[in-house]
Design a protein around this ligand. Structure first.
Ligand SMILES: Cc1cc2nc3c(=O)[nH]c(=O)nc-3n(C[C@H](O)[C@H](O)[C@H](O)COP(=O)(O)O)c2cc1C
Length: 174
């Protein structure tokens, strides 16, 4: 089972819509996945699931247990202030180090309103995931000007459709 992590907890996020699109694309090629939207983390997650409280939040333990069983992950990452969202780093900090991520495989995809497409966000995230022992797929689509290229749950830009297909084709045998 592939975990698709929606890398923001913002309500009505474009990232969530792209996570659902990605899930459907995986389904079309016969791959099972589920979407872990960081918006669904317990509201008090910051205060009850980290550091001295690690393991004490039943709600977060359920999320973590499911992720721990998964050996492949896809991170859908919006660009926030030239990097990836803070909640995604906090989420990674709350996982089991190193077992949640070590020797597992992931694919990264980023999006932004601006022209960078989240290139720096993925660069920063790749450094962290490598530190945690994760294998990161080389194909990392960076979707710039997302509002002009993704509408009503569908890409309006054929290039983006093919970048996703190429990533999935490389990720399944990875
Ligand atoms: C807190 C915050 C910071 C953002 N910073 C940037 C940025 O640095 N560069 C950029 O192009 N877009 C920025 N955006 C816009 C997001 O990249 C854009 O809305 C993204 O396509 C989708 O994010 P979403 O999944 O939250 O909808 C920012 C948005 C938020 C909410």
């Amino acid at each position: 089972m592939i975990s698709i992590i929606c890398g923001t907890n913002r309500g009505q996020s474009v990232s969530k819509q792209i996570a659902l699109y990605y899930q459907n694309s995986l389904k079309e090629v016969g791959a099972n996945s589920y979407v872990l939207d960081l918006k669904e983390l317990p509201k008090d997650f910051l205060n009850v699931a980290l550091y001295d409280n690690a393991g004490k939040s039943e709600a977060f333990n359920i999320v973590k247990k499911k992720l721990n069983k998964s050996h492949k992950m896809v991170f859908i990452v919006p660009e926030y202030n030239g990097s990836f969202p803070g909640v995604l780093k906090t989420f990674i900090d709350a996982l089991d180090y190193p077992d949640s991520l070590k020797n597992k495989k992931c694919a990264l995809l980023s999006l932004s309103s601006g022209t960078q497409g989240g290139a720096l966000a993925l660069s920063h995230l790749t450094d962290i995931l490598h530190y945690c022992g994760m294998n990161v797929l080389a194909q990392k689509p960076k979707l710039a000007k997302i509002e002009a290229n993704f509408k009503n749950g569908q890409f309006t830009n054929e290039l983006y459709v093919s970048l996703l297909k190429e990533q999935i084709a490389a990720f399944l045998p990875f």
